[in-house]
Write a protein that binds this ligand. Structure first.
Ligand code: ADP
Ligand code: MG
Ligand code: ZN
Length: 616
């Protein structure tokens, strides 16, 4: 999307044109009023001119004689003298008699008129120039105020974007095919409205893009701007909410007024939850926001379906939006922009990899698998981190290893350079991580281990075990969840088994295991006692997934007990698995301690070779 380029012709040209015009008119005026004014001369001059036959026209009046020179370029006047032969002499000199010589205004008047005209000219010129200037300011994206006059208060700061060849297009947005299809239709409608009106289809007034952060909502809106041949107003919800009450509403009004003038066009309101929050009737509620929202609702109702103003909005908190905003006739289209699936991730990686120099053998599929659950923004970041790493290491192109490392950077932060762990601690971490990996490997329905590392990361992780699913999973079975919980407890189980002591290193594992166990009981209906009853509801789907309880205190107590029993059961299972494989636990942990990072392949090799020795 290219912001509208201000007209390159500089203001100075307008000034020069204005000055030249001004000087020309001024010169003309001077000639007319100063040079050409009637000159009062003595009678003797009149006589001399008659003698030299230099009189063009003459008019003898009661108390004066007006006359011009032969060429008629100058007017003179002189007094009446008792001169009997005047008529005859004038006649002989070839002058014509006329009454129509008009006495030109006297010098003072001409000066005043000339002065007034100059002032008028200056004012007119100033007006025209300032209008041009303001128009430019309005169109130019780096100037704040839109429109004219005032201090720009209450003016919407919406910027106009127009189609351009360098802008973002739909092809720059990878994955998200459904969202793209819905938006393409809107663009098409704006291009060829008659195709739709013929059938009687009405253009949806608004479309709401909802999804987690970084999934490309803003990017999609920019792509719409890039594809549409129509003006594109873009404003962020927070820009409406200002210090002064009433300003937000004024901004909304102004924005829509401008949009209607430019229709067909698209108005994009990013982060609409800033103004579109539910009106909850609390006394402490934000009056300003409410007024702004009301104005927005009014404006969205205020125009007819087919006048060509389409409103796009984006949010990652759809549940907090006012229901009035979501009813049909306002945002009647809801476009989900979800986290990308495996194919989507591969496509997004490829789109961004085009911008960097990649070596030929990069396996995007593998990276996309490792980056499961990553958003588009994170994937873009992964590619960029990979490129930075390549430069840091003095390579000329990005390799698979660069990208794999940057997946970890994005998930867990950078490697810590300084040795921060004592040897004892390092050993504990090694056993802990191998504990996770072994429990995972010994269960049938869990993802293969891809990598184990005990190099601390800036995120605070002292080490981690990376498991990568083979394909894409949309459902999780009960067994899979239980296995996952067992894997989480595997780290602590190894510590207990080997050191007969436990550490704080398992805090994140505990959190994750508890979350899963709790969801099993309260949301997935996976406990015998509660059957398919929702005891908790998700409140913040796209931002972290907070839940709120919806049950009595007794039930809550029961839930807690069940969660404890689920986790304990899996913890016991993990301990049992490790006990049975304690030989391998020792061997792999020793190897990991020495190498600090081992791949899934190395892990499996040690695991299977030992299995063979045990069998033989
Ligand atoms: P949000 O949904 O939070 O508005 P953005 O649209 O701002 O996310 O996305 C941030 C960045 O992430 C984009 O500028 C782009 O580089 C990258 N990105 C996100 N989704 C995609 C996608 N589907 N295809 C390509 N790049 C994407
Ligand atoms: Mg955004
Ligand atoms: Zn752990």
């Amino acid at each position: 999307m290219q912001e509208l380029k201000p007209n390159k012709k500089p203001i100075i040209i307008y000034w020069i044109i204005a000055m030249v015009l001004f000087m020309m008119v001024n010169g003309f005026m001077y000639k007319k009023f100063v040079n050409q004014q009637t000159e009062e001369v003595g009678y003797n001059v009149f006589m001399q001119m008659i003698d030299s036959k230099d009189i063009g026209e003459a008019s003898i009046q009661d108390n004066q004689i007006l006359f011009t020179n032969k060429a008629g370029t100058k007017t003179y006047k002189t007094g009446i003298v008792n001169d009997a032969e005047l008529y005859e002499r004038l006649y002989n000199s070839g002058a014509t008699f006329g009454a129509e010589i008009i006495e030109q205004s006297n010098p003072i008047w001409s000066y005043i008129i000339s002065f007034v005209i100059q002032i008028v000219l200056i004012v007119v010129a100033w007006r025209i120039i300032s209008k041009l200037l303001l128009k430019k300011m309005g169109d130019s994206p780096d100037m704040m105020s839109f429109g004219t006059g005032g201090m720009g208060m209450g003016k919407s700061n919406a910027r106009v974007y127009v189609k351009s060849d360098t802008g973002i297009k739909f092809k720059d947005v990878a994955g998200e095919e459904e969202a793209k299809d819905l938006l393409k239709e809107i663009v098409e409608y704006l291009h060829e409205p008659q195709k739709y009106t013929e059938i009687g289809a009405v253009l949806p007034k608004g479309a709401l893009l909802v999804g987690p952060p970084g999934t490309g909502k803003t990017l999609l809106a920019k792509a719409v701007a890039g594809e549409a041949n129509v003006p594109f107003f873009s404003i962020s919800g927070s820009e409406f909410v200002q210090m002064f009450v009433g300003m937000g509403a004024a901004k909304v009004r102004d924005l829509f007024k401008q949009a209607k003038d430019k229709a067909p066009c698209i108005v994009f309101i990013d982060e609409i939850d800033a103004i579109g929050k539910k009106r909850d009737g609390q006394i402490s509620s934000n009056d300003e926001r409410e007024q702004t929202l009301n104005q927005l609702l009014t404006e969205m109702d205020g125009f007819e379906g087919n006048n060509g103003v389409v409103i796009l909005a984006a949010t990652n908190r759809p549940e907090s939006l006012d229901p009035a905003l979501l009813r049909p006739g306002r945002f009647d289209r809801r476009v989900p922009v979800e986290l990308p699936d495996l194919k989507g991730r591969v496509d997004i990686l490829k789109v961004h990899a085009k911008k960097v120099r990649c070596s030929d053998n990069v396996d995007f599929d593998g990276i996309a698998k490792a980056a499961s659950g990553a958003s588009g923004a994170q994937l873009a970041n992964i590619v960029n981190e990979g490129a930075l790493r390549a430069v840091r290491e003095g390579r000329r192109s990005v390799t698979q290893a660069d990208l794999m490392e940057s997946v970890e950077v994005v998930i867990a932060g950078y490697q810590k350079k300084n040795k921060i762990l004592s040897n004892k601690e390092k050993l504990v971490v090694a056993y802990h991580e191998v504990g996770h990996a072994l429990v995972a490997a010994m269960q049938t329905q869990s993802a293969p281990v891809q990598k184990i590392t005990i190099i601390p990361r800036t995120s605070g992780a002292l080490g981690y075990t990376m498991q990568v699913e083979d394909g894409e999973h949309f459902l999780m079975t009960k067994t899979e969840i239980l296995n996952k919980i067992a894997t989480y407890t595997g780290g602590r189980a190894a510590e207990e088994l080997i050191f007969s002591e436990i550490t704080t290193g398992a805090s994140n594992d505990i959190e994750q295991a508890t979350k899963l166990a709790r969801a099993m009981v309260s949301r997935y209906g996976m406990s015998e006692e509660f059957d398919m009853v929702a005891l908790e509801t998700l409140t913040n789907q796209y931002l972290g997934g907070d839940t709120s309880l919806a049950c009595s205190a007794e039930t809550q107590t029961k839930i807690d007990k069940m969660v404890v029993s689920v986790v304990t059961e899996q913890h016991e299972k993990a301990k049992k698995i490790l006990q049975e494989n304690i030989q391998k636990l020792h061997e792999i942990s020793k190897y990991l301690y020495e190498h600090e990072t081992i791949t899934g392949e190395e892990f499996m090799n040690i695991l299977s070779s030992e299995e063979n020795t045990l069998l033989s």
